[in-house]
Design a protein around this ligand. Structure first.
Ligand code: C2E
Ligand code: MG
Ligand code: MG
Length: 720
């Protein structure tokens, strides 16, 4: 073959220099030289062998790639260096060298292609694996989400921040009665409800603005069919990865049933079971709310049926209940449509809360409508029942501060309506109320006054007109209260109302008899007649006779010198027990006088049958003027004629006659000429203290016979 021997070491050295730095794997020169020495030795042996094998050169090309000499310069420089070292050894085998270089390059290229594919595949598989695993996670969470969302019993919806619904589950669709198609794309604001609190939507806006993440409320919706759905609603804000608000998720629980139950319970607590009307607690709630509202001017009509007790007592409670139900229905039908609250306060009391009472006339009209409604006859179980009602009206400022005070004023006003004759409307009157309050205070002080002996008696002479002799006195009670003197007209009616009259009357009776006894013990002579006023209430007391007898016994005053004065109406209406009492008293020898005779409507024929001894003719008979100051028919002559016949009739019935309020000499003269037995009045003698009266007892009044100008003289006492 000839030529020089190939030096693999020299080849490796040059090869190293040629390719150093063309690999992306950093291999130091020594390691590279060692690696390339191995390759150079193989190449040299193969090139020198008689039967040449191209696979060795191709293998060397592959190993170049395996050692990461994948840069295009690596192959090019390798082929140059190998050619330079192999060519001198075989000058006539240039074909073999070219083949060797070709095989090396081919092996290199093949290795490089394989390697590139492998790398791509690795990336693809890795990428795919990554994608698959990510999808797996997504699928898993999606499944969980679907299970929660679609299968949930609570309603769930997802909406954009602008309120557009993007997803809604079956449960919520069922609750609302819509299909998912009907709902998606709609806006949550379409589901506003009149019962939404203003705050609710403000909170949703806060969520959209991102200042709030969670809201919980009770909210009502209208279902597709218009019925109401009540829910416990929780809305959560979902943020994106940048923490920006992204979605609103609403979770909705149907609480309609619970709410209905609550409503029913609340209704029961706030309504009257008999009539179904709002009860007093609901009424008070509404009234308080109206009073709290500075701009509102509420008014109240407080209504009480007249004579309802009689219906209950005579027709039974079932009929009474039915009557109440009918009245409730009618009142409600008449007034509720105008926005007035009609409530039952209890018993036979109803109340109308008038929202706007700015116009008092309007409130009065409402009250009159209520009255008219109640007056319509009611048919119950074959009975036609006619009832009326009394109504007290009050307005916002009539009671003071609160609802309770207002209703107290309403109660007072209702009482006025009753007292003024029932079946009518009374309006609150500040002055009248003040008087009532004063009266109330006064009546509250009565028991203490009795205990502290603040009462005392004045006495007014009863003068026998025939000779002017004081034959008796009338005891008149007074109250010395905080240094002022109160007349009986101010406190006797209160004492009658409260029942204190029984104790007070007992004291008067005893004190009067004791005084009479003192006078008689001191003066001797004929016993004066002690005339004592007695209230109907006292006579109704079962032990009244005992009380009178005890007074007589304890003071040693004889029954025959005691006269009890009862008003005309009290005597005329006396029946049963009280009438018996009067009879018993009369049997004891006590005289019974009818006080203020002529102010009522006595049936004289009936008078005959009563145990009465004296008529005390009231002022109008004596003065000739009727109540209200109207002069009677026939003037002076007419008055005289009436007086004459009354006196004559009384005498015919065996009654003596005492004229009250004799104020003038002229009246005195006329009464005397008409045969009136006794006179009492300022002209004769005013009421006075025991000492002042003592000097008059049993004697003719000084100078009264000598009155010079009949009709001109009016002696009025300094004190009444
Ligand atoms: P009464 O029984 O008719 O008493 C007469 C009243 O007429 C007394 O008024 C007396 O002061 C007054 N009076 C006397 N003279 C004249 C006169 O010339 N002109 C006029 N206009 N009035 C005259 P008083 O003391 O204010 O008593 C008022 C009423 O109070 C009495 O009317 C009597 O119904 C009642 N009352 C007085 N004391 C008692 C009592 O102890 N018990 C009871 N239950 N009622 C009494
Ligand atoms: Mg009297
Ligand atoms: Mg009188």
């Amino acid at each position: 073959m000839g030529g020089e021997q190939v030096d693999p070491a020299a080849l490796a050295a040059d090869w190293t220099t040629a390719v150093l730095g063309t690999s992306y794997v950093s291999m130091n020169r020594r390691d590279l030289r060692r690696y390339l020495t191995g390759l150079a030795t193989r190449l040299a042996a193969s090139f020198a062998a008689p039967d040449w094998d191209r696979t060795v050169a191709a293998g060397v090309g592959r190993l170049m790639v395996a050692a990461h000499f994948t840069d295009t310069r690596s192959l090019e420089r390798t082929l140059v260096v190998v050619g330079e070292h192999l060519a001198p050894s075989a000058p006539n085998r240039s074909g073999r060298l070219a083949a060797l270089q070709g095989a090396l390059a081919a092996g290199y290229a093949e290795a490089l292609r394989e390697r590139t594919l492998a790398e791509q595949e690795r990336i693809t598989i890795a990428a795919f694996a990554a994608r698959v695993s990510a999808e797996e996670a997504r699928w898993a969470s999606e499944a969980r989400y679907q299970a929660v969302f679609a299968g949930a019993v609570i309603g769930i919806s997802v909406s954009e921040l602008d309120g557009r619904i993007i997803q809604i589950n079956d449960a919520l669709c069922t609750m609302l009665g819509f299909t998912a198609e009907e709902l998606s794309g709609r806006v949550i604001y379409e589901f506003m409800h009149p019962d939404d609190a203003p705050d609710d939507w403000a909170q949703i806006r806060d969520m959209i603005a991102g200042t709030r993440d969670h809201v919980r409320m009770e909210k009502a919706y209208f279902r597709k069919d218009g019925t109401e759905l009540w829910t416990d609603l929780v809305v959560s804000l979902i943020r994106d990865q940048a923490d920006e608000p992204r979605y609103l998720v609403a979770m909705v629980e149907d609480i309609t049933d619970r709410r209905l139950l609550q409503t029913r319970l609340r209704h029961q607590a706030m309504h009257d079971p008999l009539t179904g009307l709002p009860n007093r607690s609901l009424f008070f709630d509404r009234l308080e709310a109206a009073l709290d509202d500075e701009n509102a001017v509420p008014g109240v009509c407080y209504l009480d049926l007249d004579g309802f007790k009689a219906v209950n007592d005579t027709l039974g409670h079932d009929v009474g209940d039915q009557l109440l139900r009918t009245v409730a229905e009618r009142l409600s039908a008449e007034l509720a449509p105008d926005g007035h609250l009609v409530a039952r306060m209890g018993g036979d009391e109803f109340v109308v809360l008038v929202a706007d009472a700015t116009d008092p006339d309007e409130v009065r009209r409402i009250a009159e409508r209520a009255l008219a409604t109640v007056r319509r006859p009611v048919r119950v179980e074959g009975n036609e029942i006619r009832v009326s009602a009394s109504i007290g009206i009050v307005g916002r400022d009539d009671g003071g501060s609160g609802a309770a005070e207002l209703m107290k004023a309403a109660d007072t006003t209702l009482y006025w309506a009753k007292n003024d004759g029932r079946s009518r409307v009374a309006e609150f009157d500040r002055d009248r109320h003040r008087t009532d309050v004063a009266r109330f205070e006064l009546s509250a002080q009565l028991p203490e006054a009795l205990r502290l002996e603040e009462f005392y008696l004045d006495y007014q002479p009863l003068v026998r007109l025939a000779d002017g002799v004081t034959t008796g006195v009338e005891a008149l009670v007074r109250w010395r209260r905080d240094g002022e003197r109160l007349g009986p007209d101010l406190f006797i009616p209160l004492a009658e109302e409260t029942g204190l009259i029984v104790a007070l009357g007992g004291w008067v009776l005893t004190e009067a008899c004791r005084q009479a006894r003192r006078w008689h013990d001191a003066l001797g002579g004929e016993r004066p007649l002690m005339s004592v006023n007695v209230a109907a209430r006292q006579v109704r007391e079962p032990d009244f006779v005992d009380a009178v007898e005890a007074a007589l016994d304890s003071t040693g005053w004889p029954a025959s010198s005691l006269q009890l004065e009862l008003t005309e109406s009290d005597v005329m209406s006396a029946d049963g027990g009280p009438l018996e009492t009067l009879g018993t008293l009369a049997d004891l020898g006590i005289r019974i006088a009818i006080d203020d005779f002529g102010t009522g409507y006595s049936n004289l024929a009936y008078l005959r049958t009563l145990p009465v001894h004296t008529l005390k003719l009231a002022g109008p008979f004596v003065t000739g003027y009727g109540p209200g100051g109207r002069e009677g028919r026939g003037g002076e002559a007419g008055t005289a004629a009436v007086l004459s016949s009354v006196i004559g009739l009384a005498h015919t019935l065996g009654l003596t006659v005492t004229a009250e309020n004799v104020e003038t000499a002229e009246q005195h003269a006329r009464l005397r000429s008409l045969g009136c037995d006794t006179g009492q009045g300022w002209f004769l003698a005013p009421p006075g203290t025991p000492d002042a009266v003592a000097g008059l007892l049993g004697r003719p009044l000084p100078g009264h016979r000598r009155s010079p100008f009949p009709g001109d003289v009016t002696r009025r006492p300094a004190t009444g």
